[in-house]
Design a protein around this ligand. Sequence first.
Ligand code: NOJ
Length: 540
Amino acid sequence: MSGSPLWYKNAVFYQVYVRAFCDSNRDGHGDFPGLTSKLDYFAELGVDCLWIMPMYPSPLNDDGYDIADYYDIHPDYGTLDDFKTFLHEAHRRGLRVITDLVLNHTSDQHPWFQQARKSKDNPYRDYYVWSDSDQKYQGVRIIFLDVEKSNWSFDETTGQYYWHRFYASQPDLNYDNPAVREEMKNVVRFWLDLGVDGFRADAVPYLFEREGTSCENLPETHAYLKELRALIDHRYPGRVLLCEANMWPEDVRAYFGEGDEFHMGFHFPIMPRIFMAIKKGDAADMIDILNRTPEIPETCQWVTFLRNHDELTLEMVTEEERQWMWEQYAPEPRMRLNLGIRRRLAPLLDNDRRKIELANSLLFTLPGSPILYYGDEIGMGDNIWLPDRNGVRTPMQWDDGPAAGFSTAPPDRLYAPIIDSPAYNPARVNVAAARSDPASLFHTIRRMIAARKQHNVFGWGAFSWADCDTTAVAAFWREHEGARLLSLNNLRDETQTITVKLPLPSRAPKTLLGQAEQLSRTGNHLRVRLAPLQFIWLLF
Ligand code: NOJ
């Protein structure tokens, strides 16, 4: 792909679950030929880059985050050739593609682990982390709390325990072994040679283990990640590494290094605080977290999101805040999972268009490159009765026909049932209807993306809170090369009239998106009346 090597600074990402997108061969599972047939949809929406969730052969105990072969495509999804065609067709439309790179662990079905567990002297034994005792690395937190009781599992055949930060069926690789470090570099080279534009690197804080530590964010881990980055800079300029570290901003800061580790990193803690702000009608929590977010090198970028394929994680909040979030957003126990909430965006926000647009306004104007989660652009619903996180991974709803236009397979062959609740079934929520209604959420989001593309200030702009007389409105500036964007977001379900102090001199503002009931200016004071839950983007 041509273009600036810094393309990711100003890109909008879209997260794709291949299984859910489009089934081309009537087996009930989405696949690459199906996804390829939908590429024009992304062009219409205007996104720049697709993030493809794990597409490798896998027993699917963790929906593909348990990889059994790093060099192929899951048979449900098609063949490697199908993937290549998809990539070629995406690139032809100017769309970039990043894939998931799972460095920390493999599936227990991976041949390396199958070998490793045969005997203590197997050449692959040292690819994984073994111990005679399950008391090593005491105190390291368990991530999949609802299922796993320990980070160690006992292997009957060889009488030792193996280490895993996620499901027991996902043994952690041993990064102290140079062979492992090299194997994963080979994986990286393979996919970059094939043409992918980078990786969303899964679960990177956990690569190394050291006694007496939390086994997270260790210097050894950073050193290895820097080697991966050097490899990219050397042979694949313009490709990107996106860091998945569900950590506090000051810890994620380390993953950017001096601009020599990750290009991008998810900003996890801002996400729940957007939901807090909308529920409380107060920006205070957002203000706190952004004020404690360190500066990052100019060539780096935060990545923001409202929802993804996992539970809405509440790891980056206090215990008190977590209880509050559960009470407010997960009143039914079934909505809760691990330390989070397994619901989609629209149901979380009461299917209230104003709240959904407001959340997206924040997503699109806060610092960082936004990622949309498939289906959220049309307000898809969820199914909390499906196991694990599957309730937010149901088939994409293309139209109101059988199987929502996702597949022509009989309903009982679909990998997951189509959402059938009264508010979110395909007769109510589908792409075709959203497209043909100029007032739909889909078109609002399309306009948000278009606005971002026209103005570099969204991707590049320095961030500062506006001098405003209330925190009931999230009011902030983005500034870049003389362009100033003012984003005003009324978090309350009541009209707000606010006064914002303008830096002088200030030109007359132009409304990019959203609306105010009244807008007047006296000297360096801007008075704005915003309807309940209304936002406006002003360009000065
Ligand atoms: C983070 C991924 O987002 C999640 O879906 C997965 O289960 C874990 N990493 C383990 O790979």
